[in-house]
Design a protein around this ligand. Structure first.
Ligand code: DX5
Ligand code: ZN
Length: 225
């Protein structure tokens, strides 16, 4: 199993009036990537940010910009996100009829390509696309909002995806997103996730961002032994 752990704080819960200082703080305390949640009000019942946020982030950080596209028509926006400077683009299997075409489009810009699956989507939906992708994102909540509760049944699903990755394409990142905090991090790491997205547990930690990040870094150390 891949042992390199990555922490990707989601700026959905950041203080947008102080975005630069929020990015500086998570970077200082050990964020590896920066997760950007893009929502269209159709695929998910919320609106968030577009390519311009990525463009601005690129000016203030050299961290990997990890963009999670929760959009009905991802192909329409992939070129704009590539131009804005995204490093990883993840699309939902439920939103892409021609998933191989979408992944090829992402790759044509030289970016890493990820595929996300919602809680109710069967792991089998990933099988045929495995040779073409760099990341699988297992949603552990229904996408649309930060601050939701982890769905405990997803732990089994993470295990299934870990087995699929190990048996087919071990270089694929196994990312999890939704309700990951000090109560759930051990379960998802034990199940085989190596790439962790967290919004509220970091940016809304009751003590501070530093303490929020420490929870994850300590868990990573434990699991690296
Ligand atoms: C939800 C987003 C998540 C969200 C996670 O649709 O994909 O990245 O920000 O928020 P928390 O970590 O608070 O569950
Ligand atoms: Zn996300």
């Amino acid at each position: 199993m891949k042992k390199k752990y990555i922490l990707s704080p989601s700026i959905l819960s950041a203080d947008f009036l102080n975005l630069k200082s929020e990015i500086d703080t998570v970077s200082k305390y050990g964020a590896d990537w920066i997760h950007v949640d893009v929502m269209d009000g159709h695929f998910v019942p919320n609106l968030s940010m577009g390519p311009f946020i990525v463009e601005h982030l690129k000016k203030i950080t050299d961290k990997t910009i990890d963009v999670h596209l929760m959009l009905d028509n991802p192909d329409e926006f992939i070129p704009s996100f590539a131009k804005a400077g995204a490093d990883v683009l993840t699309v939902h299997v439920e939103a892409s009829v021609h998933l191989h075409r979408t992944i090829s489009l992402i790759k044509s810009f030289g970016l890493k390509a990820g595929v996300a699956i919602n809680p109710s989507t069967n792991v089998a939906a990933l099988e045929e696309i495995l040779p073409f992708i760099d990341l699988i994102l297992v949603m552990t909540i229904n996408p649309g909002f930060s601050g939701q509760k982890y769905i405990p049944e997803m732990t089994q699903k993470i295990k299934k995806v870990r087995a699929l990755i190990d048996n087919n394409n071990p270089d694929i990142e196994l990312q999890v997103d939704g309700g990951i905090n000090q109560n759930t991090i051990d379960d998802v790491l034990k199940a085989g996730a190596n790439n962790i997205v967290a919004a509220s547990a970091i940016f809304k930690h009751p003590v501070g961002i530093k303490q929020g990040i420490e929870v994850f870094k300590t868990a990573f150390e434990e699991f690296s032994k």
